[in-house]
Ligand binder design. Sequence first.
Ligand SMILES: Cc1cc2nc3c(=O)[nH]c(=O)nc-3n(C[C@H](O)[C@H](O)[C@H](O)COP(=O)(O)O)c2cc1C
Length: 441
Amino acid sequence: MPVASPFVSEPAVGPGRDRQNAVYRAGALGRRPRVPTDPEGLERAARRATSKDAWAYVAGGAGAGATMRANRAAFDRWALVPRMLRDVSARDRSVSLFGRTLPTPLLVAPIGAAGLVRPGADVLIGRASAAVGVPYILSSQGSSPMEETVAAMEGVLAGAPRWYQLYWSTDETLVDSFIRRAEAAGAEALVVTLDTTMLGWRPQDLNRGSLPFARGIGIAQYTSDQRFWELVHERSGPAGRGPRPRPTAGAVRTLASMARELPGGFVANARAPLTRAAVETFLAIYSKPSLSWADLATLRARTRLPVLLKGILHPDDALRAADLGVDGILVSNHGGRQVDGAVAALDALVDVVAALGGADHRGMPVVLDSGVRSGADVVKALALGAAAVTVGRPHVYGLAVDGEAGVRAVLENLVAEVDLTLGLCGVSTVSDLGPELLRRV
Ligand SMILES: Cc1cc2nc3c(=O)[nH]c(=O)nc-3n(C[C@H](O)[C@H](O)[C@H](O)COP(=O)(O)O)c2cc1C
């Protein structure tokens, strides 16, 4: 017989109360959290910690920013209606996706060129995600080769969950190479981003004439790929001989940045004509404006991974994805970075879930991406039928404020707030969430 202990039957306090306790205990000793716990404070702190170019790239959006505002406004139009007296002492935040049980319904969204914010960004984000057990979706525009990021994640947690996000290049051999590398690196799903066949019109970057990729930041998946270098060599004649930038201070800075970012020594890179050719090759091949459903139909034979489509907004596209047999979708407007005046992601979620026939989505999990800032947002999205949500800009803001620890703090705060919001709404398990908890306001 096990010895009865007064603590054994003590209900677990859960991550919400754990986090509060940790913060308040430190506060009693005079220490305040480095990473603000509210979305606006976090954004302000990140802005202070970031260069103007990096801020323009991370916080900026398409056109006049209407889609970014719409993403937030959509959350505000739903109110939670908490229920009382339901014994919420034990709460289960876990969800199951593609055979893996996740501790929380969160994933870390793919972020390209985060190296603008901090050197080694992907490794820092990957380590923090692994520590919290949240899957990290590695970006095609990563700032470190995926193998390096994954090795760092493995150092924190063996088998740390990761997915890979693919931008479909015009070169099919490169597409296959990225898929093969992602499989070898232990990615558990492939997320194909559909909404970036061209870069959106982004005035914050345009007004500064600033594109990270043109400085060699965010092209590490390419420059670590043998097929990419074959393409560079094929193209390097014309690219290498193209008009040379006038040696202004800006041009020298750009070349120095490229030389730093590319594999190989800085001095050798700065001298090599291939340095510029690599960046120009990337700019020529990274996205495919002709991408169509026919391309996607070829994927099944090209990977054994579950395939998710990111960027679906129209219910008919969701239905078409289901007909094609994809394994999941991410309803997303890319954080308002692509089309100004687009539908809010949360509004699109409602339409997509209705079109797919309610909760089971024809067996296809629907993940909500874009605009999630708080635990309440997460709970609302799940109540409207999302299987999980992604955390985008907030984790980059955490990175800006405090590196790896900052990303971890943002994720832990979000998990804590989800936990408390669930309990305070009278809900013990994520599967109990439904539209009856919400009222349109
Ligand atoms: C700086 C930055 C870089 C991004 N890079 C990528 C990328 O490489 N691939 C991708 O699919 N989405 C990318 N996104 C979009 C995010 O994955 C996600 O859809 C978006 O951040 C969600 O909006 P939110 O951050 O406002 O919540 C990027 C977003 C930001 C802010």
